[in-house]
Design a protein around this ligand. Structure first.
Ligand code: PMP
Length: 358
């Protein structure tokens, strides 16, 4: 077996110790005689897995009792609908349009109320985050929505909007990659398939006072209050996804928590950007001020050279470096589980490619 360096944006590379633990548990978890996938979600053994996962995320992110933590199905996109259905009490929301996923979330919210695009960088190809100083927030909005790290374009908010309305943030591609102050948000949510495990699961951290105001038409599975009351088990949850996220939380705790991984993530991103800034072949595409630490986007400026690079990299064991189909070029997603050594080796490979192709 030879594992590659997988720079995919998600589903993405996972920590080897997490995969090994899952492998050891695959046929029999503890002394249960069965795998986690075969257990009743209401069994004592599974409930312990679930409760440990909740306790660990609370500890890692320093989540107070003012917030509920929900593990819901349907990935992040299901929450594009759940957010307006649960929060649009007055029927209005502000959206900052910083990329395709923010745009899709805003389009979905329009089905349920009035959406004000408070700021947008769509016209300039989403290479930057909307300017917060000139954004036009509606003082009457039920919430302000951001996508805090833009997976496709490789941008990240460096500061949060200061608004009276609760802040709702999609953190799918930066979940637990840096220390954040949960108390600054009304809702923090994201899909798990980048930093926290397999796909199909979303974690929603919601302030308790925002629960219970859902619209009558809100489907039961999207009703956050109901899911909070039922311990995220109104129906059969994604038991395997929750178990894998739980193992990832344990791995993070052993590493020293989010502050420790944040340091590593800054170093990895710095290494790649430092090289891109001095390269004569590759150019970083995101506005310098807003560079993502998780998704590093770059081009050569020549589509053929881009393709040749991706091909050569794949052959050398650096896979999934092709940029998103909507923007082209290259993207190296360097989530928590990408080892420093993977980035070091990628940079060495890029230097070599540059020497041969500049
Ligand atoms: N938001 C962001 C920032 C994403 O990167 C993605 C997926 N790449 C989504 C939302 C959609 O997630 P899902 O496929 O889990 O619905």
């Amino acid at each position: 077996m030879s594992r590659v360096y997988n720079f995919a944006a998600g589903p993405a590379t996972m920590p080897v110790p997490v995969l090994e633990k899952a492998q050891r548990d695959m046929l029999e978890y503890g002394n249960s005689g069965m795998s986690v996938m075969e257990m009743s979600h209401r069994s004592k053994m599974y409930l312990e897995i679930y409760e440990r996962a909740v306790a660990d995320i609370r500890e890692l992110m320093n989540i107070s009792d003012d917030y509920e933590v929900l593990f819901l199905q349907g990935g992040a996109t299901t929450q594009f609908s759940a957010i307006p259905l649960n929060l649009m009490v007055k029927g209005k929301a502000d959206y900052l349009d910083s990329g395709n996923f923010a745009h899709l979330a805003a389009e979905e919210a329009k089905r349920y109320g009035t959406v004000n695009i408070a700021g947008s960088t769509r016209d300039s190809g989403y290479t930057a985050i909307p300017d917060l100083a000139t954004a036009k927030f509606d003082p009457d909005a039920d919430y302000v929505y951001i996508c805090q790290n833009n997976t496709i374009y490789g941008t990240r908010y460096v500061e949060l909007p200061q608004t009276a309305a609760p802040l709702v943030a999609d953190v799918s591609s930066m979940f637990m990659s840096e220390v954040i102050d949960v108390n600054r948000y009304g809702v923090i949510y994201g899909g798990t398939q980048k930093n926290l495990g397999p796909s199909g699961l979303a974690i929603v951290i919601v302030r308790k006072d925002l629960l219970g105001h859902q619209k009558d038409i809100c489907p039961v599975l999207m009703n956050w209050k109901l899911q909070a009351d039922k311990g995220s088990m109104y129906n059969t949850p994604n038991t395997w996804g929750i178990y894998m996220a739980g193992l990832t939380f344990q791995w993070l705790k052993e590493l020293g928590g989010i502050a420790a991984i944040e340091k590593i993530n800054i170093a990895k991103a710095q290494m790649l950007y430092d090289y891109l800034d001095e390269s004569r072949l590759f150019k970083p595409t995101a506005d310098k001020k807003y560079r993502s630490r998780m998704n590093v986007t770059f081009v050569t400026g020549d589509a053929e050279k881009d393709a040749a690079f991706v091909k050569a990299a794949t052959a050398a064991g650096f896979v999934n470096l092709k940029g998103h189909r909507s923007v082209g070029g290259m993207r190296a997603s360097i989530y928590n589980a990408m080892p420093v050594e993977g980035v070091e080796k990628l940079v060495a490979f890029m230097k070599q490619f540059e020497t041969e192709n500049a």
